[in-house]
Design a binder for this molecule. Structure first.
Ligand code: GAL
Length: 939
């Protein structure tokens, strides 16, 4: 579908949906919480708890100590915007783990403050974390609310009961443990995906609560057995009306249905609505037609909650003898495996950079993607739906115990509406794959998947155990082969009824723009000659797969280079060499090999190497390789034909050509007619820089990001492929440089900052707009001795994603104790025995009291001013202090109020170190309501 058609769909849908979303009673709001976090790298020890009252209080809800406490002094912490990966900010260190790219991970803390309106009271409130690497603990307002055990699962925390409204401040504290690892690749560290605050009406659809995935029925038309999970966080039982409608690309409703459901308070109900569709447009990689599903929840006819999901109509089938069928058409899977980091940004990859990477893969002829070895971000899957890339979605942890089953269930529930997903993978290369234990575990994982989705097969990526008497291949729907290409035929012969796919192959090694393998210098040539013992070259591997009709297809390891696994080298090499493209997305030779093999509808022709060799090479043979999908390819050096060869789309075409500077051309022909032309030229010295943006403009929403390609060019404007010059960048306008890269796995230059060298002629700068950007961005690049370059990036105004305002982190004094009521004036500063947790009751400010048995009462709390306040003094602010009152700081009376009416009071506290005690003595007239009527804070 054309881009313009998408826009139309989106517009129409947003209009129809906006009507629902803007209904005054529709309380659904999904607000970004990405801005305004405070970050501390490294762990912070919790205070040692000693003494009875400390121990007693430490065990209570709302009383988390240290950095988890609402009042913790985080004023020196760094401000960060999420997504954030702190590991990519650190420098390379030989003492760190090779598998994690020699980058420090460790521990870290994040805190965020926010307020809720008083009219949010009664709503269902949820905090959502899309992904935190690796393990984490979350506290809200001093109460621990979640412990997360995978860096790849999202988690949703119902904070309704703990939320504070109005002037009161909500505090989120997150301790991130990135000492723990879940992989053998770079995993990043921190809150590296988006965070959200979601507000719903009490009767609402739970997160991931709509399953509406079309399936074709025996009559040839389509059913959507929609399943909607509702929850009622209100106080009364209710009957909700549920309406579900499917809209096509033009915004036309093509089917709808409704039902109603009774939901008890604090309970859930599942509503089922069967929808029928007769002639939908089909989703496929060539034509990824999407439909929108709008689900509304209604109370007394008024919409109170809503959700828009998308779906696609397609069938899929894996067979034992003839591979894979999509929409009943045979389709060889041309897939790549990938991890989730990118140059410059680590694992905090903006959605638009994902889209850029997926577009590059499509350009190469890829139709499938394996998320190795973990579930991806939600926006990644949306992009696959839109662009037409089939996905193998993969579970991270192979474990059938309850915690890990819940991680698997989360993945399937979140992802099962995506038409792009064609396979659920329950593991990658598990040592127990050839044992009864492995088999029993997979049986259980597969059964859990089937409870949630029966429309896609379950696979497991096996690198052994396939011929063991009991093994995992007996418990999956599609057997995944990692490597072991020599066993394809034997396994197929012995198990002719099992469907097979390669789940991983190749692991070929090359570095972009490098043509010599030199172990001493850690280089690898780009002629597709290098592969580790378990793998094969790109050409050998594809031939093995393409020639076997029973195999569904391939998943090449990998589409892009990633950090870690610098096979076959180690320090100082820090990044992988497996990519078809480098870490920036710049093509290596493998890109053109696969393009020549996989693309049929447009001419492909490329030659290697560059033609900039030193004078000493003149007359010496250079190995030249051409990748083409034509019938013949002719090589011409400086106007003289070298020779014409019949194209070999498996092996590609090669020549040994004596080097003479000038122009080396390749001409591809079909039926004797020229269909493609490509040349490499000997360039002059670099004289200036060229900046090329991936798109002409950026959206001014604070999210959109654009990669800019940096090259050095000669006097005639030709890029110099051998330039390795240092470049410095400057950006003006409402945007930021969020990362830099050049694709060199041996480079230790920082990913952050404003400098990066060209690596074999190329570097990349990633720019991101700031929220509400309304002016153009101007990027300039300079290098000593070169003419600088400047590029202007237009900014298309776009409203930012709605976000939660950032609140100043005033210290709020929330935990008080109140004395027994007395008839005579007590000593405001009397001691409370450390073991007496009962005579004085805990109390929160914000509610007035009627003193029935007397007229005097004391409020008491302790606090430690923030470091800066200890040095400079601070102010104690008591809102709505009601009744006659005396306020004491450490037994010294600082304030006296002689009238009963409520008033906002500000008291200066002198500079002084350590913990302070505040006592507030209140006196009331008979029947009068008195006390700490509002928030108490320290400024
Ligand atoms: C596979 C493994 C991948 C990666 C690859 C490197 O065995 O599944 O994660 O390590 O080898 O060749």
């Amino acid at each position: 579908m054309k881009q313009s058609a998408y826009k139309l769909v989106f517009l129409l849908l947003s209009l129809s949906f906006a009507a629902a979303a803007q209904h005054p009673a529709n309380n659904y709001q999904k607000l970004s919480l990405d801005q305004g976090w405070l970050f501390h790298m490294g762990d912070i020890a919790f205070p040692v708890i000693k003494g009875h009252s400390e121990s007693y209080m430490n065990a209570k809800a709302g009383n988390a100590p240290g950095p988890a406490a609402p009042g913790y002094d985080d004023r020196s912490w760094r401000k960060v915007t999420l997504p954030h990966d702190w590991s990519v900010e650190t420098s390379f260190d030989q003492n760190e783990n090779i598998s994690q790219g020699y980058r420090m991970r460790g521990m870290g803390w994040y805190r965020r403050y926010f307020k809720l309106n008083t009219d949010d009271r009664g709503k269902h409130l949820e905090l959502q974390f899309d992904g935190v690497a690796t393990h984490c603990t979350v506290w809200i307002n001093g109460t621990v609310v979640h412990r997360n055990w995978s860096g790849y699962t999202s988690f949703y925390i119902d904070i309704t009961a703990l939320a504070k409204y109005g002037d009161e401040i909500n505090t989120v504290a997150v301790q991130v443990n990135a000492v723990d690892q879940e992989g053998w690749w770079y995993e990043g560290a921190g809150i590296y995906r988006h965070t959200w605050l979601v507000k719903h009406a009490p009767a609402h659809i739970i997160t991931d609560g709509v399953y509406a995935h079309p399936v074709k029925n025996a009559q040839g038309s389509w059913d959507i057995p929609a399943e909607i999970t509702l929850e009622n966080s209100g106080k009364l039982p209710l009957t909700a009306g549920i309406e579900i409608s499917v809209f096509d690309q033009r915004g036309q409703k093509i089917t709808s249905g409704n039902t109603s459901a009774m939901i008890a308070p604090l309970d859930r109900s599942v509503a089922n609505i069967a929808l029928q569709v007769s002639h939908p447009g089909l989703w496929s990689p060539d034509n990824p037609v999407l439909y929108n599903v709008v689900t509304l929840v209604k109370l007394d006819g008024i919409t109170t909650d809503s959700l828009v999901t998308s779906c696609g109509f397609r069938t899929l089938r894996f067979t034992a003898d003839s591979g894979f069928y999509l929409n009943e058409k045979r389709l060889k899977i041309k897939g790549v495996c990938n991890h989730q980091d990118a140059a410059g940004v680590g694992v905090a990859v903006p959605g638009s950079i994902w889209e850029f990477r997926l577009r590059k893969l499509k350009e190469m002829g890829v139709n499938a993607y394996r998320c190795a070895h973990n579930p991806p971000s939600a926006e990644f899957l949306d992009a696959c739906d839109r662009l037409g890339i089939m996905v193998m979605d993969e579970n991270r942890n192979f474990n059938s115990s309850p915690e890990y089953i819940s991680q698997l269930r989360w993945m399937v529930r979140r992802d099962r509406n995506h038409p792009s997903i064609i396979l659920w993978s329950v593991f990658n290369e598990e040592p127990m794959q050839g044992t009864e234990i492995g088999y029993e575990m997979v049986r259980r994982l597969s059964a859990e998947v089937k409870k949630l989705d029966t429309s896609r097969p379950v696979t497991a990526a096996m690198n052994g155990g396939l011929f063991a008497p009991v093994n995992v291949s007996q418990a999956v729907d599609v057997v995944g082969f990692n490597y072991q290409q020599g066993s394809y035929d034997q396994f197929h012969r012995e198990h002719p009824t099992l469907s097979l796919t390669s789940s991983e192959d190749v692991s070929g090694l090359m570095q972009r723009g490098v043509y010599i393998t030199d172990k001493a210098r850690h280089t690898l040539d780009s002629y597709d000659t290098q592969a580790p013992g378990w793998g094969a070259t790109h050409r050998v591997s594809w031939k093995a797969i393409a020639e076997r009709p029973y195999l569904a297809g391939c998943f090449v390891w990998t589409g892009f280079d990633y950090r870690g696994e610098p096979t076959p080298y180690n320090w100082p090499t820090a990044g992988s060499n497996f990519g078809i493209m480098d870490a920036c997305g710049f093509p290596k030779t493998a890109f053109y090999i696969h393009q020549a093999q996989w693309v049929n509808d447009k001419p492909v022709l490329h030659i290697e190497p560059h033609w900039n060799w030193p004078a000493a090479m003149i007359g010496k043979p250079i190995h030249v390789m051409a990748e083409s999908n034509a019938e013949t390819v002719k090589l011409v050096l400086n106007g003289k034909v070298v020779s014409e060869q019949k194209v070999d789309r498996y092996e590609m075409n090669s020549w040994e050509v004596p080097y003479y500077p000038g122009i080396l051309e390749a001409i591809g022909s079909r039926g004797g007619k020229e269909v493609s032309h490509f040349k490499v030229e000997t360039t002059g010295e670099p004289v200036s820089i060229r900046l090329t943006t991936d798109r002409a403009d950026i959206q001014g929403d604070g999210w959109d990001a654009i990669p800019v390609t940096v090259q050095a060019i000669d006097r005639s404007g030709r890029p110099v492929p051998t330039a390795n010059l240092p470049i410095e960048f400057e950006l003006t306008g409402p945007g930021d440089i969020i990362g830099l890269g050049n694709g060199d796995p041996n480079s230790h230059e920082p990913d952050k900052g404003s400098k990066r060298s060209l690596y074999n002629g190329l570097a990349q700068v990633i720019l991101q707009s700031r929220a509400n950007a309304d002016r153009t961005l101007v990027l300039t690049a300079s290098s000593p001795g070169l003419r600088p370059a400047r590029v202007t990036i237009g900014v298309r105004p776009k409203a930012s994603v709605a976000f939660v305002s950032v609140t100043q982190p005033d210290m709020v004094l929330d935990d008080w104790r109140i004395s027994p009521v007395s008839k005579t004036k007590p000593d405001a500063n009397q001691q409370i025995a450390a073991n007496d947790m009962n005579s004085w009751a805990p109390v929160k400010p914000g509610q007035l009291q009627t003193l029935t048995d007397g007229s005097f009462v004391i409020y008491r709390t302790t606090f430690t001013p923030y470091t800066e306040q200890q040095e400079k003094g601070c102010q104690l602010v008591l809102k709505k202090l009601t009744g006659k009152a005396e306020v004491y700081l450490d037994s010294k009376r600082l304030f006296y109020k002689n009238t009963g009416a409520g008033a906002d009071i500000t008291i200066s506290v002198p500079a002084i170190k350590g913990e302070r005690t505040i006592s507030v003595l209140i006196e009331s007239e008979a029947g009068e309501r008195v006390g700490l009527g509002g928030v108490v804070s320290v400024r």
